[in-house]
Design a binder for this molecule. Structure first.
Ligand code: ATP
Ligand code: MG
Length: 568
């Protein structure tokens, strides 16, 4: 019998992941009055990335699925690293993913008074003390998982003295780093987090919400579990690195909770993606040092970067669904994410014609003054989207790669004396070409067969190759930005040394003078997705303005993931 992470037989899961199964079980048993209230708790010290999307989809998704609610809570306990720019971007990105916290927007800083009072209470009960040692001294007394730690010389300071010092710490009488408040728990506990953890420190940088009201700030481990409790959270879902912190959170919350209500923490595995990094610290470094063009650089794994690149919320959700939630750390393949993006855009992106590497094709038997419209489907996956017209003329742009002077045997594109079909239009036969002084092909000549127009009765003579094209007189020059992997190694976080040296130096190529058909030019707005026939999916970049059009290559058409899966 196959079992899931929480020992449920697979056939009894009803398609739910192990976290959802636990939630369903709690709701059935009436735990916390049968309520479901999750939360997403970002620290506003960076932009959200696709790993956060996995957590958001779990937190908001489970609430949606089982009739609960999900809070957005900013864990703003460190004024030195936080910024409103991050708060705003986080809200924008959650909304973009399609989730809404409605009126449930909270900040850990809302709980500073309660947390401070709780700390005072612990001091009064002899469960916390002010330590005047340096952080190095405190660290050196921690011991190891197999050896107990050493008690601080300040551990048995009288309660009155602790109270006095802590209050004066908060008045700003002492320097940062000169004192901390520690919980007095157990320096020999096998869980290192219980060895008298630091719960408050002095920070004099003003807080962006509470100004200079506080000079002491709670540590993350002293704020997180209690914030869940103050907010009425029932399921505190987070990632596996918090497993060893859970007993400490429970220790603090137990001091506050009663038998009717206590939040429950459940941990799942992080999302890690090949050829990129997920650490906010490293992403910040890439931005600050100008190694990428901002947080929304389309090569970044940030949600704003992926959005700019052209990735969609539904593709991201599909990817998260495919990788699933487990109890085991894994490295997820970027090809699977790309596969999900391709599948989604295939259903929605409008098909247009663009030539990225143009060479001129002249149809010598097509009258120079003649112009006609060729109608093409906007999306063969969805006939309801209709068709649009593409002007056809004597002079056309085609891709340089679609012509070869001396082709190998299996080359089914254009070469001397060979026939191809111009997509949606006529069959043509190559009659010659002209080279420039450097020996490069400058013009290609061909004759069209007027009896072969696509869709006309009797015109369906088969030829092996079909080429895309854009008419010369009506084409518009646009810019296309091509992207490659941000890092040149599969798992940069696993490598020794400076991660910046592992950056792929060739991850951005800018092409100017890409030829685009006029209907697409007229209709392209920032954020719109197109499929350039035979080339890939492209998304209009916000840099487009005043008649200048810029496209990001979202992803090519070749599906390396699907191909690998077929081989297996
Ligand atoms: P930091 O190192 O700054 O704490 P963080 O990535 O943990 O970075 P948070 O803002 O604390 O950032 O994350 C908010 C929530 O998102 C947390 O509950 C965390 O567990 C979850 N999360 C962060 N990274 C991932 C990831 N790669 N996969 C899944 N969930 C993640
Ligand atoms: Mg964190």
């Amino acid at each position: 019998m196959d079992l899931t992470e929480n020992n449920t037989p697979v056939e009894e899961t009803g398609g739910l992941n192990f976290v959802e199964q636990e939630i369903v079980k709690d709701l059935k048993e009436g735990r916390n009055g049968g309520r479901l209230n999750t939360r997403f708790p970002p620290e506003p010290n960076g932009y959200l990335h696709i790993g956060h999307a996995k957590a958001i989809i779990m937190d908001f998704g489970a609430a949606e699925k089982f009739g609960g609610t999900c809070n957005l809570r900013f864990d703003d306990t460190n004024p030195q690293k936080e910024d409103t720019e991050y708060v705003e971007s986080i809200m924008r990105d959650i909304k973009w993913l399609g989730y809404d916290w409605e009126d449930r927007l909270y900040y850990a800083s809302d709980y500073f008074p309660q947390l401070y009072d709780f700390a005072i209470r612990l001091i009064k009960e002899g469960k916390a003390y002010v330590d005047e040692q340096t952080s190095e001294q405190i660290a050196s007394q921690k011991g190891t998982p197999t050896e107990p730690g050493t008690n601080s010389p300040y551990r048995d300071r009288p309660i009155e003295e602790n109270l006095d010092l802590f209050e004066r710490m908060n008045k700003g009488e002492f320097e940062e780093g000169s004192m901390v408040l520690r919980a007095k728990i157990d320096m020999a506990n096998s869980n290192m987090h219980f060895r008298d953890p630091i719960i408050y420190r002095i920070i004099k940088t003003p807080h962006w919400r509470t100004g200079d009201k506080w000079k002491v700030y709670p540590m993350y481990d002293f704020a997180h579990g209690q914030s869940d409790f103050f907010e009425g959270v029932t399921h505190s879902i987070c990632t596996l690195e918090f497993v060893p912190h859970r007993p400490l959170y429970e220790y603090f919350v137990k001091e506050l909770a009663d038998e009717n209500y206590c939040p429950r923490q459940i941990e799942f595995n992080r999302l890690n993606l090949t050829y990129t990094v997920m650490s906010k610290r490293k992403l910040l470094q890439l931005v600050k040092e100008g190694l990428v063009n901002g947080w929304d650089d389309p090569r970044m794994p940030t949600l704003c970067g992926l959005r700019r690149r052209g990735y969609t919320p539904s593709a991201i959700k599909d990817f998260v669904d495919r990788i699933g939630y487990t109890k085991y750390e894994a490295l997820n393949h970027i090809e699977l994410l790309e596969h999900a993006v391709r599948e989604d855009l295939n259903k929605t992106a409008t098909r247009v014609s663009a030539v990225v590497n143009p060479v001129k094709l002249i149809l010598t038997n097509y009258p120079a003054e003649k112009a006609e419209m060729i109608f093409v489907e906007n999306n063969p996956e969805n006939p309801e989207e209709g068709r649009h017209g593409m002007p056809f003329s004597r002079e056309l742009w085609i891709e340089k790669e679609d012509f070869m002077e001396n082709p190998p045997k299996k080359f089914f594109r254009l070469s001397p004396d060979k026939e191809v079909r111009l997509k949606g239009a006529y069959i043509i036969k190559c009659t010659g070409f002209k080279k420039n002084e450097e020996g490069q092909i400058e013009e290609i000549y061909a004759e069209y067969d007027p009896d072969t127009k696509s869709g006309m009765p009797g015109a369906d003579r088969k030829v092996k190759g079909t080429l895309h094209w854009v008419s010369v007189p009506t084409a518009k020059d646009v810019e296309v930005r091509d992207y490659d992997r941000l890092f040149s190694v599969e798992n940069p976080s696993a490598e020794e040394g400076d991660f910046r040296e592992l950056l792929n130096q060739d991850s951005l190529k800018i092409r100017k003078g890409v030829k685009l058909e006029p209907w697409a030019v007229k209709n392209a707005k920032p954020g719109d997705h197109f499929q350039f026939t035979r080339l890939g999916y492209y998304t209009v970049d916000p840099d487009s303005d005043n008649g200048k059009l810029v496209f990001n290559k979202t992803i090519g058409l070749k599906d390396t993931w699907a191909k690998e899966q077929k081989k297996l």
